[in-house]
Structures are given as C-alpha cells and as structure tokens.
Design a protein around this ligand. Sequence first.
Ligand code: NAP
Length: 321
Amino acid sequence: MAGESVSNSPYDVVIIGGGPAGLTAGMYAARANLRTLAIAGDSTVSQVTVTDLIENYPGISEGINGFDLAERFKAQAVQFGLETASGDVTEGTGKRWGDKDGWEIAAGEMRFGALAVIIATGANWRRLGVPGEERFIGKGVSFCATCDGPFYKNREVAVVGGGDTAIQEALYLTRFAKKVTVIHRRDRLRATAILRKRAFASEKIAFAWDSVVESIDGLDLVQEVRLKDIKTGALSKLSVNGIFVFVGLTPNTAPFRELVRVDAGGYITTDAHMQTSVPGIFACGDCIAKRLRQVVTACGDGATAAFSAQLYVEELKGEAY
Ligand code: NAP
C-alpha cells in the first residue's frame, strides 16, 4: 500500500480520536512518559465541540462551551507531551507492525506504528432515513443547533427526538426561533428530568407527540415536514423553515468491526479496564458499549484506557513493576 511513514520507530501508544476520551487518554499516557500520539479525524467532529453548554462537568459550575472545554483538554494533554496529528483512520489497525509486537495505523497517506492502540472515535448523529433528509442537509436539515441555530432567527423549526440531546438543543434553539416543535414518536420524553422541566416551561416549545416524520419537503429549502401519528395513522403537515434531527447516535467504529468485538449496535465491547477483545487494543468513550455517554464518563474511560495501555506497554518492554 502506498503511503509514507512519518515515524520510524513505533509510538508506545497511538490514540485514534481527538475528543474528550482520546485527549484524556493522551494526557494520562503522555504524563506517564509514554510516547503518545493522538490522531483526530479530518472529516468527523467531536460532538463536544458543537455542544453549546456543558453544565454537568464537575468543577465548572458556571457551565462551559463544549469547544472551549475541548481546547482546554487538548492544551493540557499537549503540555504533558502528547503529540497530535489529523487524518481519518479508515482501514482499521489490523496489521502487525513489521516483526515487532504492535500495530500499523493508516491515516490518509500517513502510517504510524504503535505498541498499543486506543480507539476513541466517538459516535455520530443517526439519520432518520426519510425522503428529503439527505437532499436538504444545509438547506434546512441540520444535526447541529450550535452551528445552524442562528440562521433561524424569528423562524419556525422542528426538532426530532425525545432524548437529552433533542431537548437540550430544542431549548438552545428557543434563543433564535420563534417556535420550536419537538416531534417525538412517544407520548413522553426520554430526556432527563431537569431538561424536561425546562422544555415544558418554555412558551416557545410545542410538542407533536406519538409522531414520526414521513418526509421533509420544499423547493430549494425546507418548507414543511409530513408527520404521521403512529397511534391513529393520521397524516399531517407542519410548516417549518428548519428541522433538527437528534435521534441518537451511531458509533464511529466501521473500520474496526472486523478487528475487535462489537455489539449489535456496532459499539466496541470492552471490559472494565477498557480492554477490547484483542490484546493491545483498548477503547474508550462514546464508541464503546455502555450506558451513559457523557463528557465526564468519556474522560474516565480515557484515563482507564491509558493506564491499561501503560501496563500493557510496560509488560511488552519488560519494564513491568
Ligand atoms: P438517545 O438518548 O438515544 O435518544 C434518542 C431519541 O431519539 C429517543 O427519544 C428516541 O426515541 C428517538 N429516536 C431514535 N430513533 C428514532 C427514529 N428513527 N425516529 C424518531 N425518533 C427516534 O440519544 P441522545 O439524546 O443523542 O443522547 C445520546 C447520549 O448522550 C445519551 O446517553 C444522553 O444521556 C447523552 N447526552 C446527555 C446530555 C446531558 O446530560 N445534558 C446532553 C446530550 C446527550 P425513543 O425514546 O422512543 O427511544
């Protein structure tokens, strides 16, 4: 395979992913004196960077913008010696690196060797899969309220989903839009109580319960969505200028699914030490199978993965205590 290796000797640890899990793993590994590289994806953004407000990260009671928090994570990790690169790892890490114990990681044209690998590739927004969704991306269909909310000043928008993300982003959109209709396929919200309470208290938020989107329609831009009441089967139309889809996540694990064990949803299964099914490959953050996907849990996973990688590398080098 063509491509240049930017490194002649393998890193101790290569982390794939530049979000909270990857950067925390990077900080811990670098601080433990391991030669560590974190590769951030070129074509994916860490979800945290497009989160307007994080108010449940311990110690920051005033809340913080997600992008700012991610920048702080990176600066702290780099300060301890973490090296960074950017590129999409699309081919998995399935090859032994030369005749040594280790792995080769391909990111675009770059090749890196690693004694241990930490997969921290996060998750991406799931699509509805209805007519009009792909066609109107950037023309009224959005997956990021922080990015696109300001375009909808005094306009009407819809939010699809009933989880934490949908409700948090619906609340954020009330800063701009004159009306936000939350379209949810059930008659109650999955979102946490504090978010539910705020949403029900907002005069700008309306709810289309028991409803699914059948199609997203318009000429050049979104003009309306067609809804179906799943209890009665009744069809209706909702006039909106924009529709924000927050129906959960899909893990960014496609390149690794042949390599490490994943669950039915494609999430990487690990043990409590973030060890995957393959020795020397660890995983952490939103891409692993777990219950709670938060910045704080991603950071905890990252620290654990780095420590496990450290023990693994020390064992390989014959330096284990
Ligand atoms: P989520 O919790 O999986 O919720 C997804 C929502 O979309 C659910 O209400 C689900 O409906 C609905 N849905 C799924 N597929 C659908 C489809 N095809 N059509 C219509 N509706 C569909 O996902 P999330 O809200 O993105 O949250 C992901 C993780 O991040 C969670 O662990 C969440 O707690 C965390 N998070 C936390 C915060 C916070 O603490 N402030 C903020 C954002 C995210 P059902 O309810 O019927 O399943």
